[in-house]
Design a binder for this molecule. Structure first.
Ligand SMILES: Cc1cc2nc3c(=O)[nH]c(=O)nc-3n(C[C@H](O)[C@H](O)[C@H](O)COP(=O)(O)O)c2cc1C
Length: 357
């Protein structure tokens, strides 16, 4: 079978094939407060706890006697070719996990032939991250002080971001475990420091009055495609597309915003159906194996994003750890596709799902 071998430093040694083991090993090397900040969900952590199970609950109807002697996991996403439909999603404060922070993450993702979404709550200069990255997008929180937002966006555009991801599920941040650690933010950089607790600029918090016109304003400001992240409803997804969104990301923020928000695996089919094939629908939350990725594609996603697994692999192995993780997802997806009778991503469809959508 043609499933490509994972490259990079022995994936098994990093425990990346078993996500629970990966998290446990990261926990052992991280300061407790940092681990808890990354792992936490909000309130009772019901949504965080349900995310992975919602993928695992789906059953597949594999096709047989298809030629799967060569399997291609490659996809194109908004004009960018990726080795697999698995993207490193935006997560905050990577220098709490590893000294080289987002710069190492970006390098690791690039080596795996994938795309990095840089959080606007980053602990490295965006220019340094850009220099290490392959293709990358910039995640935006629209802040109460729109001028900070504008400066962050202009800086990302100048550094070479290829798209913006506007996160819309966080008008406020609910109670959850937060790190007691001081954030290692660049001292010399007012914009970077503005994300840090205790060093906040006035107007740093997300603007809770944000409305649909933010999509168009962001596009005008940047000239870049704008994807909207944190959509769980078909009607919202449609409205975002009508307002100019170049893509929609189905997400409940890793269970860190509204607890008891529906699992993204369960929200995905109706969103994908409402949006249609023209505009890409991406998804994140609890994607832990290549077979989860296969299920997500069958349910209508164009690609998935990873949150916590990226942080755990960064903590354990720096850039090489991130590459090994991404390679592992690609290998697992390739194997799952072959066993399901799919030689190319375009052959993965809802017909693979037992019981349909
Ligand atoms: C520690 C942490 C920080 C995050 N920071 C951001 C962020 O800055 N911006 C954002 O849009 N989403 C953020 N998210 C949400 C992730 O992009 C993503 O939706 C979620 O982590 C996916 O679920 P998973 O962790 O189960 O893979 C964060 C998630 C975690 C766990």
């Amino acid at each position: 079978m043609a499933a490509p071998e994972a490259s990079g430093p022995e994936p098994e040694d990093l425990g990346i094939r078993a996500s629970q083991e990966l998290a446990a090993r990261a926990r052992a090397v991280l300061p407790t407060a940092a681990y808890e900040f990354y792992a936490a969900g909000s309130d009772e952590e019901i949504s965080t706890g349900e995310a992975a199970g919602a993928w695992r609950g789906r059953r597949l109807l594999p096709r047989v006697l298809r030629d799967v002697s060569s399997v291609d996991t490659g996809v194109e996403l908004l004009g960018t070719r990726l080795a697999a439909p698995v993207v490193a999603g935006p997560t905050a404060f990577h220098r709490m996990a590893h000294d080289e922070g987002e710069t190492a993450t970006a390098a690791g993702v690039a080596a795996a032939g994938s795309l990095f979404v840089l959080s606007s709550r980053a602990t490295c200069h965006p220019e340094e991250v850009a220099a290490a990255a392959g293709p990358w997008w910039y995640q935006v929180y629209w802040l109460r002080d729109a001028d900070i937002t504008r400066r962050q966006v202009e800086r990302a555009v100048a550094a070479g971001a290829q798209a913006l991801v506007l996160t819309v599920d966080a008008p406020y941040v609910p109670p959850r475990a937060t790190s007691g650690l001081p954030l290692p933010l660049p001292e010399d950089d007012e914009l970077c420091r503005s994300v840090g607790v205790g060093t906040r600029l006035p107007g740093w918090e997300q603007d809770p009055s944000l409305g649909l016109n933010a999509i168009g304003r962001l596009h005008q400001m940047s000239g870049l495609p704008v994807l909207v992240k944190g959509v769980l409803r078909a009607d919202d997804a449609k409205t975002c597309v009508t307002a100019g969104a170049a893509g929609v990301i189905v997400s409940n923020h890793g269970g860190r915003q509204l607890d008891r928000a529906v699992a993204s695996a369960d929200a995905l089919p109706s969103v994908a159906a409402a949006v249609g094939a023209e505009v890409p629908v991406l998804v994140d939350g609890g994607v832990r194996t290549g077979t989860d990725v296969l299920v997500a594609l069958a349910l209508g996603a164009r690609a998935v994003l990873l949150g916590r697994p990226i942080v755990w692999s960064l903590a354990l192995g720096g850039a090489a750890g991130v590459t090994a993780l991404m390679d592992s997802y690609r290998t697992q997806l390739s194997t799952a596709m072959a066993l399901a009778g799919c030689a190319r991503i375009g052959e993965v469809d809802a017909g693979l799902l037992h019981g349909g959508y």
